[in-house]
Design a protein around this ligand. Structure first.
Ligand code: GBH
Length: 489
């Protein structure tokens, strides 16, 4: 009808931004060069190499530390508005503490930032993407409450050193994985198995660290540097298997995304009510004298509440939820606490990563959940992407299909549902070190030859499609016709 004439529903709004992402340990290499200290991923890959699927390390990775100009030239040809990358804490502060600043770390990131800006690309900087300095692990890592202040000092050095040029900061990438996978189920460094215990101590420190850092920026740097500070949380969409599972699906979201989002983005602050209740009940049953979930003071709740200018969201996939923890599940554990099971639908399209099923509609539902639950905050999709096999080269039609389908849902969430989604970031810019999967799974828009000492970069077909989407501001449904013979749909 006439009324719909004004709707540009198939186009991304004029102020919507596109970018690509990496993380320091996954791409930089140069693990012990020019004064860099050891971090927990250096340590795990050297001393617990058996945990890594292909026995690889990030010692060289994409060698991005030595390829600043080459990488920025590629970013420029992609046409992205911004580049999301993370700082290696140990490259800047080799001991983790602010007692000793490594000048080369400051130099390296200044050169990268300057090169980006000279090419019209905005730096979008994550302070912590999983590479904790090893000396800080040796005093206990994130479960140690002292790390909140130690992190805030590191963040302050980053604001001082780069804040004149960086206008978008994220404190943490995926705290849920830092705490649960790192300290609970040994699926990330430091690979501890204190399920249901250490992860809640970790989250408490990390939220304090985040809140302090946000307040330091507001008090000391905002007036002169005028940037935005957020945090990046990860969540799958959790769909109820049947009507009677819908409370459980909500609970999984509230105890996953909400574990970190509720303290920061909800009206009332603090850990979600349901989380406090179920963990306190389970802890008592297990004979603990108090809840395994530590509590915040009233001042801490206030400090953390509202401590973000935007919500970074990493989203890849969806799960079906059924009520009740799996029979025989060990206790204490995060999944016992949640009291639900999450599984995949065998009909969903798979990828090279066993966990990553292609379920585009889940993203729109998740964006709507965020809108309802947290008052429609500004959302930056900070990661979304598709895993290909090690053998994959440049004909990556499944990845193209994935980005098109997920972007279609983003567009619907913006135009139909009025979700405040401001930007979309593809994971990843480059094929890179995929944590415990080593180099066996490729997420890049740019292919890397890991057998070649030059780490030769070759743009995949998906990179051309992404460039086209950025240019036209429309999803590129015609990609299959553009000289592409290996795609079958
Ligand atoms: C992100 O994490 C990271 O930020 C990034 O560094 C990484 O390279 C990228 O994604 C690709 O993996 O088996 O169902 O329990 C991904 C977050 C969360 C992935 C939990 C796998 C296990 C899902 N992840 N997850 S399941």
């Amino acid at each position: 009808g006439l009324l719909s004439l004004g709707c540009f529903c198939s186009e991304f709004p004029p102020d919507f931004k596109f970018g690509v992402s990496t993380a320091s340990y996954q791409v930089e290499g140069a693990w012990n060069e020019s004064g860099k200290g050891e971090n927990i991923w250096d340590h795990l890959s050297h001393f617990r190499n058996d945990l890594i699927f292909d026995r690889s390390t990030g010692d060289v990775a994409c060698d991005s530390y030595h390829k600043t100009k080459e990488d920025v030239a590629l970013l420029k040809s992609l046409g992205v508005d911004y580049y999301r990358f993370s700082l290696s804490w140990s490259r800047i502060l080799p001991s983790g503490f602010a007692n000793n600043i490594n000048d080369d770390g400051i130099r390296y990131y200044n050169e990268l930032i300057d090169e980006l800006l000279a090419n019209g690309i905005e730096p979008f900087v994550t302070l912590y993407h999983w590479d904790l300095p090893q000396p800080l692990q040796e005093i206990g890592g994130w479960p140690n409450p002292l790390l909140a202040d130690i992190f805030a000092e590191y963040a302050t050095i980053a604001f001082k050193s780069f804040g004149a040029k960086v206008k978008h900061w994220q404190t943490f990438n995926e705290p849920l994985q830092v705490c649960h996978e790192g300290y609970g189920i040994a699926n990330k460094a430091p690979a501890y198995t204190s399920d249901g215990v250490a992860p809640y101590m970790c989250s408490t420190t990390l939220l304090r660290a985040h809140g302090k850092t946000y307040r330091i920026y507001q008090d000391k740097y905002k007036s002169t540097q005028n940037g935005l500070v957020g945090i990046t949380l990860d969540s799958s969409w959790f769909e109820a298997q049947t009507q009677k599972d819908s409370d459980s699906a909500k609970r999984v979201l509230r105890m996953g995304l909400g574990w970190f989002a509720n303290p920061i983005f909800s009206e009332s602050g603090d850990y979600p009510q349901v989380m406090k209740e179920v963990i306190s009940k389970a802890s008592a049953e297990e004979g603990f004298s108090k809840s395994r979930l530590p509590s915040f003071t009233a001042e801490e709740i206030e400090m953390i509440r509202g401590s973000a200018d935007f919500l970074g969201l990493n989203h890849y996939t969806t799960r079906l939820v059924t009520d009740g923890a799996a029979k025989g599940i060990s206790r204490p554990s995060y999944y016992f606490d949640i009291g639900a099971e999450a599984r995949v639908d065998e009909a969903w399209e798979s990828s090279a990563a066993s966990w990553l099923k292609v379920v585009p509609w889940g993203l729109r539902k998740l964006l709507n959940f965020i809108k309802e639950e947290y008052g429609n905050p500004d959302v930056v999709i900070a990661e979304n992407g598709y895993a290909g096999e090690y053998e994959e080269f440049t004909q990556d039609c499944r990845r193209i299909h994935y980005h098109n389908k997920y972007l279609e849902q983003v567009l619907l969430a913006i135009t139909e549902d009025k979700c405040n989604v401001k930007a979309y970031t593809a994971w990843s810019f480059l094929d890179n070190f995929e944590w415990l999967r080593g180099y066996s799974e490729r997420f890049g828009l740019i292919h890397i030859d890991f057998e070649n000492p030059n780490r030769t970069r070759t743009p995949k077909h998906s990179s051309k499609v992404f460039t086209n989407i950025i240019k036209t501001r429309k999803i590129d449904w015609d990609f299959a016709a553009s000289g592409f013979d290996k795609c079958e749909f």
